[in-house]
Design a protein. Structure first.
Lengths: 486, 774
């Protein structure tokens, strides 16, 4: 049992005890270490100014630690056990600037400079990744790596040009510069060790085995479970939640697995969005595409699908698909396991079929049959890095111009994500044509109960919901040209 | 040659390495305290009492201050009517009512929750129309009148009547308002503020605590973005920190969270403009009558000047023979709106650009044609509605070039075809102009001063009233000074802006930072150069300087043959040459000053409001953009497919910086008219108070095809080195995206499209939903 968090910061070993473990990484950097290069703007993981690079043993590819970008403002120190962290202060090699820094200077990639350190970290992470994969820097890749970083001055153009001007062959990768056998050896030695931090009324449990996690869940009350804490971090920063007891699962190796078993994906509770997006690319490309615009890279590198499920937000972008693919959640406790279909898991607004002593350990997603038609839409004010007003998931089994069955789910149109059984029933067995879909569209309106808020009015959400079903039909029709009976 | 070259931003090394110091990056001093602000829980009402006894009991809380603790409690850039802390009437939700001083920042939100504000509630007022109905306004402008508009409207073959509405905009500078105040000896204060206006900040801090101005020094190293949001509204936050520092005798730090910043501070003014326009069958505008109404919020702030700039810019780039333009700043209970890049110009320009689109719809012509026939001419039709002649008008040239460059006609043909396919996507195209008047319309603000100190090793420190917010003004000043002395720019350091070196400075605003402070710098450099020339003239002429005699500064006639180049001083007439450093040494040992101060004012401007005549602007910065958009007809989602920009920036001092200003301004303008929507609760509380709910453009939102070019223009003798101001003008080009949306919607509409800005997907879908098949 260890009572300290251990990580490396720009190559230097750090030990953190219980007193400081609830501190956010950005606060630790700025206030405790005086490393003020990392900026905090929104304190909610939505602007990227606080971006740093981190890696742990899960991120080893070809023997190298592959650093990923992370929002340090919503990352607590207790989430950083056995990580190597690089901040903007660690990007240059002593006085020799990293090529992304040189390029940002020459190409006017920085104006006011407040977002710049975050961009520099994200860009340096990008060059490492591309170098390892022997891929070139192009505009699309640049934008994808920098989606999570907001800039108000440049209009991004000079940042994109800065990125394109970097010569990868001149990049001395961070995975080499910060490589240390000693550090990796230490991480390996310590990874099976449980960590418990206690300080007055605050307690942090970081088990390394699932059984221990379940035991803790049984013994301790009021335990908040996290992995990436991308939402919890926001709640705490904004004073909506005071954390006293937390069980963090990210150190449980077996929980981060993503396995394809037959026609199913078994996704562990701590598997990140980033890993899921990659793993599902070939088998469920439509879901992978949705995950692509789900959030910023920084959030996808930390946040999890199970977190999205457990958070139970009616606007959780990831869940409508689970409703139509008829995914199941595996709930574990010391008493054993139970399997609950996602469709039954939500009892009401933020009300789950989850017992006090249970953990969601896994979600099982059946791969939709290849000959069924799957479409997932997310409608938000901004395409990327935004929370949806409405999400739609549709999966139709259409044979010989007839709808054999269809599954339709919406998010953002009621207190929970929901399937539309009446609309589904209305369409089932009908001819696949515009007239029938048009009738179903009218039924959609009756089955949803959207509200008005900052992301859209009820009227807008209703109209969009109706339109999305029609869009589903027309897109499939124009893509596949299904033959229709007259 | 330094001027005209694309050198790096002078802070770029610090920015990319994270070593640039912003206010809240300053290391804490011993004894330093943290300051928090308590906002009003109501949008309107009378303040009865503030209960803070419970908060004071929290360990770490040192003091809670309210209006009573201030020495003076009325401020305002133009009209001094706004309280620093509410003393009686509440103006808006989250308006500062009290400040908390504490040992640490963690306790601030807890203390805030314990402070209860007792209010006698009043019915708040949240819309322009309501304010018009109830005649609530903070300012009414003198109308601008040209010709006889009523007669011209009556005689116009066609007229259109309507209104145009555009929303506000959060500045979203990444660095929220921040100040640190250090108490010095004898009640003096040293203020570090993220402020575009150190002088106003100095004054306000002094007034708040009750000391004379010379007790307070305000220093601004840099801002993490300003965009107008720190022109007037940085000062109150410095005053709060100043009050705590003064009262407690301890360094005081105030760094707002983004949420508080967005909720408490003012934004771009929403406008609702009612108009009647007369035109002929070709779409040529004959008369325009427009009544502009801005939403000022509860206080005047800079609203009057912003309104007047909107009135000046309602012509965009078009000649209006008869005009009557009125303006009113409405009083509402929303956060008090303030300067924002463009300063009313965009709201005026957008109105006529929308009218142009409508005229095109009514006459069945392409909007570009309407724009062309109404464009200000080179020799004729080149006087604005307020009587200023447009000198060297490049607009016709810009029009021809942008049409070519953007391939406008081909794009239009393709769109006509594309939109007939009915494939769920709809495209639109538009062209927009900027003809932005450069100068503060308040004439007295067009002044500045500079201090130049040359050191014996040949390096130079320059101090001016300009503040650096990323726009590169310091780099331009660096280039101007380096150019003057013929030395590399890295030998010039532009120093933090400080009111002890530069007095009574104007805000860095109105795009004029480089014009005014660059000119003052050049004047100061030239004074030193003239002295050096005399010294060298005497030195080369063999005059004796031997410890008894020294070179006296006296008129030596024309010395223009002595020039400063390549770190040398050369006598081109007599073939002498000396290194710059040696020249300095000679001057120094002859007791000749190597430092200088200079004052600059913009000549030849002035406007008589009563007579609607004169020259409010020194010159215009011009440009045009063509944007093409695509709309998803099911969801209203918007993509900008392409934007081509053409700018007239004279001879840029630093083309790289000017390009960055142009593209950044464009994207900010695009954000204003598309996704950036402010959302208030029915109680007047801002609900879109963070990037989770307020969406500025991100990197994926930039036009898929994005090009920029500058036209050549060597004629601008009105500005330093024939450059042109760049900060605000290109913001107005973002409007082309909105007009492209409006244009797209006409393809599915039988009537004129009445689109309110911003064109969110909700508003777009609202327009389309009448035409959906279901």
């Amino acid at each position: 049992m260890r009572d300290k968090i251990i990580f490396y910061l720009n190559g230097e070993r750090q030990e953190i005890d219980a007193k400081d473990a609830f501190t956010s990484l950005s606060t630790y950097l700025r206030d405790d270490l005086g490393k003020t290069g990392t900026k905090v703007v929104c304190a909610e993981g939505d602007c990227g100014a606080c971006t740093v690079l981190v890696a742990n043993r899960k991120n080893i590819e070809e023997g190298k630690l592959v650093y990923k970008s992370l929002n340090s403002c919503i990352t607590f120190l207790h989430l950083m056990d056995l990580h190597s962290i690089i901040t903007v202060e660690g990007i240059a090699e002593k006085d020799k600037l990293h090529p992304v820094q040189e390029s940002m200077m020459v190409n006017h990639g920085a104006q006011c400079g407040y977002c710049t350190p975050g961009f520099i970290c994200a860009m340096a992470g990008m060059t490492d990744n591309l170098k390892l994969k022997e891929k070139p820097i192009d505009e699309k890749t640049t934008k994808n790596y920098l989606t999570g970083n907001l800039c108000r001055c440049t209009g991004y153009d000079s940042i994109i040009k800065s990125s394109l001007a970097v010569k990868l062959e001149e990049v001395k990768p961070l995975y080499e510069r910060y490589h240390s056998d000693e550090m990796l050896e230490e991480f390996k030695d310590l990874e099976n060790e449980d960590v418990v931090l206690k300080n007055n009324d605050r307690q942090i449990f970081l088990p390394s085995r699932i059984d221990d996690a379940l035991k803790l869940k049984k013994e301790e009350t009021l335990l908040k479970c996290t992995s990436g804490a991308t939402d919890l971090g926001v709640q705490i920063n904004k004073g909506r939640h005071e954390m006293t007891k937390v069980l963090s699962l990210y150190r449980v190796q077996e929980m981060s697995k993503i396995e394809k078993k037959g026609q199913e994906f078994h996704i562990g509770a701590t598997a990140t969005w980033h890993d899921i997006e990659k793993a599902l690319k070939n088998d469920i490309p439509e879901y992978s595409k949705l995950i692509h615009i789900f959030a910023s890279p920084q959030i996808k590198n930390a946040g999890t699908l199970v977190g999205n499920i457990a958070n139970a937000s009616p606007i959780a972008d990831g869940t409508p698909f689970l409703f139509i693919s008829e995914a199941k959640v595996i709930l574990s406790s010391t008493d054993g396991e139970r399997t609950v279909p996602v469709t039954n898991f939500y009892k009401g607004y933020k009300d789950l079929d989850l017992k006090e002593n249970e953990l969601i350990t896994k979600v099982i997603i059946p791969i939709p049959p290849k000959d069924h038609f799957l479409k997932l839409y997310k409608v938000s004010l901004r395409k990327d890095m935004d929370i949806s007003a409405v999400t739609f998931a549709g999966l139709g089994n259409i044979e010989n111009g007839k709808i054999k069955s269809i599954k339709i789910a919406y998010g953002g149109v009621g207190p929970v994500v929901k399937r539309l059984p009446k609309t589904e029933k209305l369409l089932s067995g009908k001819e696949w044509n515009e007239k029938n879909i048009g009738e179903a569209v009218l039924q959609v309106e009756k089955e949803i109960t959207p509200i008005s808020d900052v992301r859209g009015s009820a009227k807008f959400r209703t109209q969009v919901s109706k339109n999305l079903l029609m869009k589903y039909y027309r897109e499939i029709q124009s893509q596949y040209g299904i033959e229709q009976g007259k | 040659m330094s001027v005209g070259s694309n050198i790096k931003h002078d802070s770029s090394y610090g920015h990319v390495t994270g070593t640039s110091i912003f206010v809240d990056d300053r290391s804490p001093l011993r004894n330093e305290i943290h300051v928090g602000v308590v906002g009003s829980p109501y949008a309107a009402g009378n303040l009865k009492k503030i209960h803070f006894e419970e908060a004071l009991k929290l360990p770490g809380v040192l003091a809670v201050y309210t209006a009573e603790d201030l020495s003076h409690n009325r401020w305002g850039a133009i009209f001094k009517t706004q309280p620093l802390l509410v003393d009686k009437e509440i103006g808006h939700f989250d308006e500062p009512v009290a400040i908390i001083a504490a040992e640490n920042k963690e306790v601030l939100p807890k203390a805030r929750k314990l402070i209860k504000v007792e209010v006698e509630e009043k019915e708040p007022l949240f819309s322009i129309d309501e304010a018009i109905k109830k005649e609530q306004h903070v300012y009414k402008a003198t109308p601008i009148i040209k010709g006889n508009v009523d007669k011209a409207l009556k005689e116009s073959p066609r007229t259109l009547k309507g209104d145009f509405e555009c929303g506000g905009q959060e500045h979203f500078y990444l660095e929220s308002q921040a100040s640190i105040v250090y108490p010095l000896e004898n009640g003096q204060l040293e203020v570090h503020s993220s402020s575009q206006h150190p002088t106003e900040t100095q004054h306000l801090v002094a007034e708040a605590v009750g000391v004379p101005f010379h007790y307070v020094t305000c220093i601004v190293k840099r801002m993490g973005g300003g965009f107008g949001g720190k022109e007037s509204q940085a000062a109150p936050f410095a005053a709060y920190a100043g009050l705590c520092a003064y009262k407690l005798g301890r360094p005081a730090r105030l760094a707002l969270t983004k949420d508080d910043d967005m909720a408490m501070t003012g934004k771009r003014h929403p406008f609702k403009n009612y108009y009647e326009v007369g035109f002929d069958d070709n779409g040529k505008i004959l008369a325009l009558k427009a009544d502009l109404y801005s939403d000022a919020g509860p206080y005047a702030d800079l609203s009057s000047a912003i309104l007047e700039r909107a009135m000046f810019h309602i012509d965009s780039a078009y000649f209006i023979p008869h005009a009557k333009i009125t303006g009113t700043c409405c009083k509402t209970n929303l956060p008090s709106n303030t300067a924002f890049r463009g300063f009313g110009g965009p709201q005026g320009t957008m109105t006529i650009e929308s009218i142009i689109e409508d005229i095109a719809f009514e006459t069945g012509k392409d909007p570009a044609e309407i724009r062309k026939i109404n464009l200000y001419g080179k020799e004729t039709n080149n006087t604005t509605h307020y009587g200023q002649l447009i000198d060297h008008n490049p607009l016709p040239e810009i029009f021809e070039k942008i049409i070519q460059k953007a391939d406008y006609k081909k794009k239009r043909d393709e769109i006509n075809k594309f939109n007939k396919e009915n494939n769920g996507k709809l495209r639109g195209l538009s062209l927009g102009f900027t003809k932005f008047g450069i100068a503060f319309t308040a004439k007295f603000l067009n002044q500045g001063n500079a201090l130049v100190n040359v050191h014996l090793d040949g390096s130079i420190q320059v101090s001016t009233g300009a503040t650096e917010m990323g726009q590169g003004v310091n780099t331009k000043i660096q280039q101007i000074a380096a150019h003057a002395f013929g030395i590399p720019s890295n030998l010039v350091q532009v120093m933090p802006t400080s009111t002890e070196k530069n007095h009574n400075t104007s805000p860095t605003a109105a795009s004029s930072g480089a014009d005014i402070n660059g000119s003052a710098t050049l004047k100061a450099c030239n004074k030193i150069k003239e002295r050096l020339k005399i010294v060298l003239h005497k030195h080369w002429a063999g005059e004796i300087s031997d410890g008894v005699k020294e070179y006296e500064l006296e008129d030596c006639g024309d010395l223009s043959h002595i020039v400063f180049e390549d770190q040398q001083v050369l006598d081109k007439k007599h073939g002498h040459k000396i290194s710059f450093k040696e020249a300095l040494s000679i001057a120094y040992f002859n007791r000749v000053s190597l430092g200088s101060y200079a004052f600059f004012k913009t000549e030849g401007i002035g406007f008589n409001k009563e007579k609607s005549e004169g020259k409010p602007f020194n010159y215009y910065t011009n440009g045009a953009a063509v944007s093409e958009v695509e709309i998803d007809e099911y969801t209203g989602e918007l993509k900008v497919l392409s934007t081509d920009i053409l700018m007239d920036l004279g001879r840029p001092i630093n083309p790289g910086i000017d390009q960055g200003q142009t593209l950044g301004a464009f994207i900010q303008g695009m954000g204003w008219v598309t996704g950036e929507q402010l959302y208030f609760s029915d109680k007047g509380k801002l609900l879109s108070h963070s990037p989770t709910t307020y969406k500025i453009p991100n990197i994926q939102d930039t036009p898929r095809n994005f090009t920029i070019e500058f036209i050549e223009n060597n004629n601008n003798h009105q500005a330093v080195h024939r450059s042109k101001a760049v900060g605000e003008p290109p913001f107005l080009l973002g409007i082309s995206v909105f007009m492209a949306v409006k244009n797209a919607l006409t393809y599915r509409s039988r009537e004129r499209v009445k689109l309110v800005s911003p064109a969110t997907n909700e508003r777009i879908l609202e327009q389309l939903s009448g035409n959906m098949n279901n």
